[in-house]
Design a protein around this ligand. Structure first.
Ligand SMILES: Cc1cc2nc3c(=O)[nH]c(=O)nc-3n(C[C@H](O)[C@H](O)[C@H](O)COP(=O)(O)OP(=O)(O)OC[C@H]3O[C@@H](n4cnc5c(N)ncnc54)[C@H](O)[C@@H]3O)c2cc1C
Length: 445
């Protein structure tokens, strides 16, 4: 056994000690999974949550993770079941998907969640699992390598705020600080940026009118660029607009002016929420498409958004955050079972394999969402409908249509977004069905 993994005073193997910075979905879920397996976990978070947080619409692949965390029933009590999603590209180009259609390959439903409430529920579970909470905004700093061999350390005042850590550096520091990307900033790690530089404004409304299935999420291409979301929660509707900075500036100066004007001028949004009343302030997010060029180093790792975030349109963020927690906890499980910490080389191998998987997932979602922005998916749906309505045996066409829909379903639900076969099929279809058709007509500016 490596010297670093022994307790120097007792000579016994040491329990894995992990410091997690940030109690969003990634940080709290990881804390729960590690603590339940016997890890010694300290979670740093000042507990301040804004009134509104994005990440309200979940993909079906989240539900099995909620079950594993023992959190589905509680989530259901304050959330709305999400049976599917409708994409509205134009008054005549609409695709309504219900997850049930793709079962059992896809979990048959998901949830729309009030995010601060969801985060609180996860955090409460973490404490119940034996996680130690340190209610501070943590500070990380480059480690002096001669001392510990590690690359990143908790700043002295942060370590001092956690007396139970007895001043000893943990075996692993997890950056789960979300878009703050604390470790990346401290270590100067750059990110691969996505092509879009959008800004999103959103708020909650009451008194809206709703013709769709309860809980169905609506995503609509905006007439004046960008797109909008309607996410039904219990008793309220989350309405958001996502658009390029210049298009946003044309709508108004303040976030409130922009959201109000978008609702007033977009016939579709105004039919839903034109008579509604805004119940919250308007929240704003910008420039979020990025993947960190490095997601781990000696004794530290990034989880969730700190590692990367793709785009809100397909709602993969909370899933990727929870999945990153699962991957890390599963990678460390053999040592947790043994009640000891991995050697630095073993830790490095766990983190490298985790980072490769997380990178692959982020890249796959990047590829998928591009089909929505550049109009290829909407145009394939249009071409497919024309083909279905044309001559030829109906049962063959139905089989082909179901086959394709199932593969797109497993990609977009998170069930198998990295599937080489399904991704290959989508690439093949876009190459061959779009010959002579210009997808730009249905692209999102
Ligand atoms: C416009 C927009 C819409 C989105 N819509 C969806 C959606 O519908 N569905 C979906 O699944 N995802 C959506 N997302 C993405 C989703 O919000 C994130 O992917 C998700 O919140 C990531 O979780 P996380 O735990 O990694 O980070 P976060 O949720 O950001 O949590 C990070 C936590 O770390 C804390 N923290 C930060 N710095 C420190 C520090 N120094 N010390 C201690 N604590 C710290 C923060 O306070 C916070 O609690 C959307 C994103 C955007 C930008």
């Amino acid at each position: 056994m490596d010297q670093d993994t022994m307790n120097t005073s007792t000579g016994q193997p040491e329990r894995l000690r992990v410091a997690i910075v940030g109690a969003g979905p990634a940080g709290s879920a990881l804390a729960i999974l590690l603590a339940r397996q016997g890890g010694d976990v300290t979670l740093f978070d000042d507990g301040r949550r804004p009134e509104l947080l994005v990440g309200e619409s979940l993909v079906p692949a989240v539900v099995p993770i909620l079950r594993r965390l023992g959190l589905e029933e509680e989530t259901a009590s304050f959330s709305r079941v999400k049976p599917g999603v409708s994409f509205i590209w134009s008054p005549t180009d609409r695709l309504s998907v219900t997850f049930k259609r793709f079962a059992p390959a896809v979990f048959p439903y998901a949830y729309n969640i009030p995010r601060p409430h969801f985060d609180e529920a996860l955090f409460t579970r973490a404490i119940a699992a034996g996680v130690r909470h340190v209610p501070v905004r943590a500070r990380l700093q480059p480690a002096s390598e001669q001392e510990t061999g590690a690359e990143l350390a908790l700043a002295p005042e942060t370590l001092a705020a956690a007396p139970a850590m007895e001043g000893r550096p943990p075996h692993l520091i997890v950056d789960a600080t979300g878009r703050a990307r604390h470790a990346a900033r401290v270590l100067g790690i750059p990110a691969r940026l996505g092509p879009r530089k959008d800004v999103a404004h959103f708020a909650h409304f009451e008194g809206f009118s709703w013709d769709d299935a309860p809980g169905q999420v609506l995503i609509a291409r905006g007439e004046a660029g960008g797109w909008s979301w309607c996410i039904p929660l219990q008793e309220r509707l989350s309405v958001g607009i996502v658009l390029g900075q210049e298009d946003a500036a044309r709508l108004g100066r303040t976030p409130e002016e922009r959201l109000e004007r978008a609702i007033a001028t977009d016939p579709w949004l105004s039919s839903i929420v034109g008579d509604g009343k805004r119940m919250t302030d308007v929240a704003t997010y910008a420039n979020y498409q990025l993947i960190s060029e490095r997601g781990y180093g000696c004794s530290w790792v990034m989880a969730g958004d700190a590692f990367g975030f793709i785009d809100p349109m397909l709602s993969p963020g909370v899933f990727l955050a929870l999945r990153s927690a699962e991957l890390l906890a599963d990678g460390l499980a053999p040592w947790l079972r043994r009640g000891s910490a991995p050697s630095p080389a073993e830790m490095n191998s766990v983190l490298a394999s985790y980072a490769a998987t997380q990178n692959e997932m982020l890249s796959a979602w990047f590829e998928l969402v591009a089909y929505l922005y550049d109009g290829r998916l909407a145009t394939m749906v249009r071409v497919g409908r024309t083909w279905m309505a044309g001559p030829g045996p109906g049962f063959i066409k139905n089989t082909v249509e179901q086959y394709i829909a199932r593969h797109v379903g497993v990609l977009a639900s998170g069930a198998a977004t990295t599937s080489r076969y399904s991704r290959g099929l989508l690439r093949f279809l876009s190459r061959h069905t779009l010959r002579g058709v210009d997808p730009a007509q249905l692209a999102i500016r």
